[in-house]
Design a protein around this ligand. Sequence first.
Ligand code: AMP
Ligand code: MG
Length: 438
Amino acid sequence: MSEATPRNSKTLSPADSGRDVSVKGWAQEIRNLGGISFLIIRDRHGIVQVTAPKKKVAPEVMTVLGGLSRESVVKVTGVAKAAEQAKGGVEVVPSSIEVLSAAASPLPMGVVDKVNVEADTRFDNRFMDLRRPEARAVFEIKSMVLDLIGDFLTGEGFLEVFTPKIVASGAEGGATLFQLKYFEQMAYLAQSPQLYKQMLMSTGLDRVFEIGPAFRAEHSDTVRHVSEFISFDGELAFIDSMNDVLDVVERCCQSVIGGIVKNAAPQLETLNASVTVPRAPYPVIEYCDAVEMVQGTGMHIDLGDDLGTEGEKALGEIMKEKGHDMYWIVEYPEEAKPFYIMEKDGTPYSYSFDLDYKGQEISSGGQREHRYDRLVQRMQGKGLDPSAFNFYLDAFRFGMPPHGGWGLGVERLVQKMLDLPNIRETILFPRDRIRLVP
Ligand code: AMP
Ligand code: MG
């Protein structure tokens, strides 16, 4: 007997008609109709129909089909047969069905049923939830986004780096630090690679990027905050102004979203999503004007306040009317920004920016304070003890070029690009104040 040719839902085609093939996957649907049985096998790429007419297949095969539970993992061997009514125009008539792993029943949730499953049930049973093609498509796109980021920045002369995630001090404020016991000392989980990527600017590695986890103890329960996310950070030295940073980030976002439009058609179809490349150049809005625009909608907000979720949304609506999905907000009050941001002398503002996408911040950055004395002053002004940051400050005492950079939340970019209602849909196993398992 000749060996069956391994096929899957992508490679099996009507051209295989008459050939012995084998297919592996999950038993998505089993219908025993007396004279004939159907089995739908699902794999990563789609489904394969197995058709078993009682008169044509061995009794053992019918017995297996009769006792098969949904979502069991099976290997079907049989003859491929062109069949117009089957998906892909081909079906398999089985000569044997091997159950590689029987699924228990009842299932914790349905995979194909059109009933609405509560988000919590889905995340409690994420392994099962991810069997849904539309849940998985998000991660195929996320993986493409990461590749596209790497391709673009490598082409721009950036070096990919990895900085520690177990750190001695935080850069983004104490309120969201996770503390942990580190042998005989206290340590924290890194909120961002900020201090380390800046230190690298003093080394000659003058353009770096990092894609890695960032940890924030976010106490509020929102659709855009989680306690562990993937931060895409970049830092570049010898900049002439903050505009050098805006330029790289803008071209990177265009390249990433353009790449998704070009390469992710099957995933976008699965998601029923349409992605459009934002209009460039992105408009640049000064913080003061942004506040005025938000006030203009009737919302109460004072100069100096954070725009906040609602303010960002309102601004997003205004910008959408003008045909812009992506836009910069620049010159935030220095008070609102971390110690490492450079002040705009003679004003209460700073060389800082946010990048907003469809009414939500996806990135923050700016020009950094590279002058040692001014940096120490800013730390003190923010109530920080500079001596806790000596490892960082030392890098500024012996030759530090002017530099700037950004941090961009990968999940927020994916969420907004795909118009997903909750950031958690873009995280395999999300972490928030309540959720620690799975
Ligand atoms: P930040 O330095 O705090 O402005 O953070 C930089 C970027 O990281 C933000 O613009 C977001 O895209 C992302 N980010 C920050 N905090 C969170 C969070 N809790 N959950 C998800 N993404 C976040
Ligand atoms: Mg920010």
